[in-house]
Design a protein around this ligand. Structure first.
Ligand SMILES: [Zn+2]
Ligand SMILES: [Zn+2]
Length: 314
């Protein structure tokens, strides 16, 4: 990182004015050294936690630890900021050949390092097949994968008496999805994307995204500076490819107009969402309990139970 700093001539850190800056944050008009950058990231998460009241007294968190940079950073930061918070990590082994093995071993390594409980659930035990097997049978494996991951997190969260699910979604992840929803005019779906998501169904646990104001770049830099174990691999089944295209587009805008991302996010949360929130509340009663498993469902039978049935039929 210091080579990069020299190459870009970043000079001294904008915060401490003593050490050499190692990276530049254009949107914040700052160049920071490693130490000040780490503090900057942690402070930002602390403010996000406070602003959206993400962790409250008595909360028991289920943290989705994928083995990637974001959730690894999330675990490390939460342990630093709130060492006493009750927390269990869940890793879902998707069974994607050449990908999931490394994710799982990094998640295990980090949990050991942080001294937290880690449960590993294999997707196969839920679905009867791995993601690789499912992908060989279906053209689109990404939406069933997302469905299964959401279901499993919620299922175990309930089983363990968790009050909230914490995920590592960052600013770039959220904006990439929001972009498509805004372009499609699907504002009701867009409004569901919030720093804290609450559901009307008693078994649908509230979700928090403490990293929602940090970018991919910042979280990778943080994980690297802290030397956290994480897997840099991308899922070969392509889930990230569409998302990455949107991220590149938004990065291009950000490079021409620094702070575009933060403006987009604030506009969504502070301006658009309050206008549309009441509409969403009116529809919240749509949720009911799945006739088969009792988990939250839009219809008679939930998506997960339908997927299982489909897979049995072959
Ligand atoms: Zn500094
Ligand atoms: Zn069900």
């Amino acid at each position: 990182m210091s080579d990069d700093a020299r190459a870009r001539g970043l000079g001294l850190c904008s915060r401490c004015h003593v050490r050499k800056a190692s990276l530049r944050l254009d949107y914040a008009r700052m160049s920071l050294c490693d130490e000040c950058f780490v503090k900057f990231v942690e402070r930002k998460v602390e403010r996000t936690l406070e602003e959206y009241k993400m962790i409250e007294r008595g909360d028991k968190l289920l943290l989705a630890l994928s083995g990637g940079k974001d959730s690894s950073a999330l675990l490390h930061i939460i342990k630093s900021l709130a060492p006493d918070v009750k927390l269990t990590c869940l890793h879902i082994d998707l069974g994607v050949e050449g990908f999931s093995e490394q994710c799982r071993s990094k998640a295990e390594e980090l949990a050991g390092q942080e001294g937290v409980e880690l449960e590993v659930v294999e997707l196969r035990s839920f679905l009867g097949c791995t993601m690789s097997e499912l992908a060989s049978r279906r053209r689109k494996a990404c939406s069933p994968c997302g469905l299964a991951r959401r279901y499993i997190l919620n299922y175990y969260g309930n089983l363990w008496g968790a009050t909230k699910i914490a995920t590592g979604h960052n600013l770039d992840d959220v904006l990439a999805v929001l972009w498509d929803l805004y372009v499609a005019g699907d504002l009701l779906q867009a409004v569901r994307l919030q720093p804290v998501t609450k559901h009307a169904h008693p078994k649908a646990l509230s979700r928090i995204k403490p990293l929602i104001e940090l970018t991919d770049f910042e979280l990778k830099a943080y994980a690297d500076i802290k030397a956290l174990p994480y897997s840099p691999a991308q899922c070969p089944l392509g889930r990230e490819s569409k998302l990455n295209k949107r991220k590149k587009l938004i990065d291009a805008i950000e490079s021409m107009r620094p702070s575009f991302k933060h403006t987009f996010f604030k506009t969504h949360v502070k301006r658009v969402s309050p206008l549309l929130g009441p509409l969403l509340m009116a529809r919240a009663t749509d949720w009911r309990s799945c006739a088969k498993c009792g988990m939250p469902s839009k219809g008679e039978v939930c998506g997960m139970c339908r997927l299982k049935e489909d897979l049995k039929k072959g």
